[in-house]
Design a protein around this ligand. Structure first.
Ligand SMILES: [Zn+2]
Length: 363
């Protein structure tokens, strides 16, 4: 009797679909989800924010709550590492900062003043910005001086979009031309592919089946595999809220381009991308596009190139979550010891891709 009552108490009122989304955010430690829910761990009676750096618990031990207060009502205690009950989540903090900036009539805002207004420290606010927008302090300071940036916020743009469109963070280098570099369309912070209309097509290649999916703005997914159904399923789970249909032949040129790159050939066509990405993922993916065909980099080399030498694991995660294989050549990143590390589409494919590229490059 007591047991069943206890069990019922632990039920959260988060619907199953939201819980699935929360679990994905938990696995990727998505800081953008901070403040939207907490995860409570049955085995430890502790609750965390989604971005908590602690080890991920087993799914069946996790209960989600919208707020820390609800978790505490059920007897959970706040985690001492991520302090979900204290500091507002990084995203909430950045959103509040955006609101402040938009309201301020001054053209230039001092960072310390902004932090004080939000009742936090400059260091915490800086970390929150870096986490959610990928901006370093100097870039951030420049953005805060920018009238146009503030006008965009006033017009209701999200801070990520406004930063993107004013050319900060990951974006300014995007349109530099080089063989390996490609344009990305402006920031898509649409979670789950919301409002995206995606068409896909599946064709054969020397590495098996290849699925290419795109919106009218650019390529959104490039998957490799053996079974059509599995590839399509993958697409739906990457973009659960998108409208997905089989494509007309409108992007046949893109498909051809991708297939010929897959065979190890140099880029012939610029491929626009339409992706959902955090600022950090975007930076990693752009860096990967600079790795020349026929060569490889290690995860720590990529982290160093980004000016974030300690972010090796985050780089590895960004590689693992790259939705556009080939176009963003995550297969060119290997372990420090020269071994291939993982590949979302199978190690043997990674091996063959690299072999093909070095063969064609040395011709
Ligand atoms: Zn925690």
């Amino acid at each position: 009797m007591i047991m069943s009552r206890k069990k019922r108490q632990l039920q959260s009122n988060v619907p199953a679909r939201a819980a699935a989304r929360y679990w994905r955010a938990t696995l990727s430690r998505d800081a953008r989800a901070d403040g939207t829910f907490v995860l409570a761990v049955r085995s430890t009676h502790i609750y965390c924010r989604p971005s908590c750096p602690a080890r991920r618990p087993l799914r069946h031990n996790v209960v989600f709550f919208r707020t820390g207060a609800e978790a505490e009502q059920q007897g959970f205690r706040a985690c001492l590492r991520c302090r979900p009950n204290e500091v507002a989540g990084a995203v909430a903090l950045v959103e509040n900062a955006a609101r402040e900036l938009a309201q301020s009539s001054e053209d230039s805002v001092r960072f310390s003043v902004l932090a004080a207004k939000l009742r936090t420290t400059p260091a915490t606010l800086r970390r929150a910005f870096l986490q959610t927008t990928g901006l370093r302090p100097r870039e951030l300071a420049a953005a805060l001086r920018l009238t146009r940036f503030k006008k965009m916020l006033r017009d209701g743009k999200s801070i990520a979009d406004a930063l993107y469109e004013t050319g900060y963070g990951s974006t300014s280098r995007v349109y530099e031309r080089s063989d390996a570099q490609l344009g990305m369309t402006p920031a898509t912070y649409r979670k789950g592919g919301k409002n995206m209309k995606i068409g896909y097509t599946i064709t054969k290649s020397s590495l098996g089946k290849i699925l290419v999916a795109a919106t009218e703005r650019g390529v959104s997914a490039v998957y490799l595999g053996d079974a059509d159904a599995k590839l399509v399923e993958e697409l739906h789970s990457e973009y659960p809220r998108a409208e997905i249909t089989t494509a007309s032949d409108s992007f046949e040129r893109w498909v051809k381009e991708i297939v010929q790159r897959l065979e190890g050939n140099p880029p012939r066509l610029e491929l626009p991308l339409d992706l959902q990405a955090t600022a950090f993922q975007r930076r990693v993916w752009q860096e990967l596009q600079r790795i020349p065909r026929g060569s490889t980099r290690t995860y720590s080399q990529v982290a160093k190139a980004l000016g974030r030498p300690k972010a090796v694991r985050a780089v590895a995660r960004a590689c693992a979550t790259n939705p556009v294989s080939i176009v963003v050549p995550c297969h060119r990143v290997i372990r420090e010891d020269g071994s291939l590390a993982g590949y979302r589409w199978g190690l043997s494919r990674k091996q063959r891709l690299l072999a093909q590229e070095s063969a064609v490059a040395s011709r």
